[in-house]
Design a protein around this ligand. Structure first.
Ligand SMILES: [Zn+2]
Length: 310
């Protein structure tokens, strides 16, 4: 009971006791009795209405298992936006106008130009949104040009922590970046992260112990300096300087040749040594990906050429 209500009841009580011996005493007591009865009835009605509302909601809520969207997010995260992905994504989609093969995220048919309603409505990646499965792509390196074809595409969500600490949840920044499995004379992994672009031509699978021994202590030191300190470490006969650490999650994949699956969440680090770039992906145990060490080169967005479209 609120304090004012309590005070009102006390005042009403004093009032009733004071008026009891007077001529209008019985009338005031009668009025109080009627008011109390009316108040009681309305409280009962409110209660019945609440129970009915709850029952209606219970009856009309559809069973949750019919077409529940797959949640690829860590449950602790508060999300700036939600990815509403179906559990099973169809792979053999055709353009309704011309019959050309299209992907589940295709918004515009590349062959006939029809505007389509994509099966999965994800935001476009920040960069390289027009680079899709099957397209040819030329990457200019200092050593020369490389020609590839896109075999697979992954969309990676950028995660961040408001403050450092084990109990602070990792949340989406809202940025999606794209990674591409490429085939060519050699296979390669083309990756955009923030405003940086990488062509990794060497990748090897490693285990948790390997990551622990070679990289984790340095990543930790770099994190403790809020990524401001100069942290160097030896690896494969070179000295590397750490440039970035963070966390990402694979939100969507399509095509072939990718080393990750939807839902996989990684800690990563980037380091550089002269012209060479190193990227380490440390996937959570039990996730749908293996830890990997990548080596390659950084390029500019203008060094990546492909046919425009969609
Ligand atoms: Zn078409």
């Amino acid at each position: 009971m609120k304090f004012d209500t309590f005070v009102q009841y006390v005042i009403a009580g004093i009032f009733l006791v004071a008026f009891f011996p007077t001529d209008i005493g019985p009338w005031t007591w009668g009025a109080a009795a009627i008011w109390t009865l009316w108040r009681g009835i309305s409280l009962i009605n409110e209660g019945v209405e609440e129970v009915n509302a709850a029952r209606r909601q219970w009856v009309h809520t559809p069973p949750a298992f019919s077409s529940r969207p797959a949640s690829a997010q860590p449950t602790a995260a508060v999300r700036p936006f939600q990815f509403n992905l179906p559990e099973h994504i169809p792979t053999d989609l055709k353009c309704p106008s011309c019959g050309a093969s299209i992907g589940p995220t295709t918004r515009k048919c590349e062959y006939c130009g029809s505007i389509l309603q994509p099966v999965i409505d994800l935001p476009d990646p920040v960069h390289l949104a027009g680079l899709t499965i099957g397209k040819g792509v030329r990457v200019r390196l200092a050593q020369g040009e490389r020609d590839f074809r896109v075999q697979g595409r992954a969309l990676l969500a950028e995660l961040w922590q408001a403050t450092r600490g084990p109990n602070v949840p990792w949340t989406f920044t809202g940025n999606l970046y794209a990674g591409f499995a490429l085939s060519g004379v050699q296979t390669a992994y083309l990756l955009n992260w923030q405003n940086r672009f990488y062509l990794f031509e060497q990748g090897k699978t490693v285990n948790d112990l390997y990551v622990q021994q070679h990289f984790l202590p340095h990543a930790r030191a770099f994190g403790q300096s809020d990524q401001m300190g100069r942290v160097e470490f030896p690896y494969e006969g070179r000295r590397w300087q750490l440039t970035d650490i963070g966390r990402s999650q694979v939100i969507f994949t399509e095509g072939q040749g990718l080393h990750v699956q939807r839902g996989a969440e990684a800690r990563f680090l980037y380091a550089e040594s002269g012209e060479l770039r190193l990227m380490v992906e440390d996937y959570r145990a039990g996730g749908a990906a293996q830890d990997r060490v990548w080596m390659g080169y950084q390029v500019e967005e203008s060094d990546i050429e492909y046919a425009p479209g969609s």
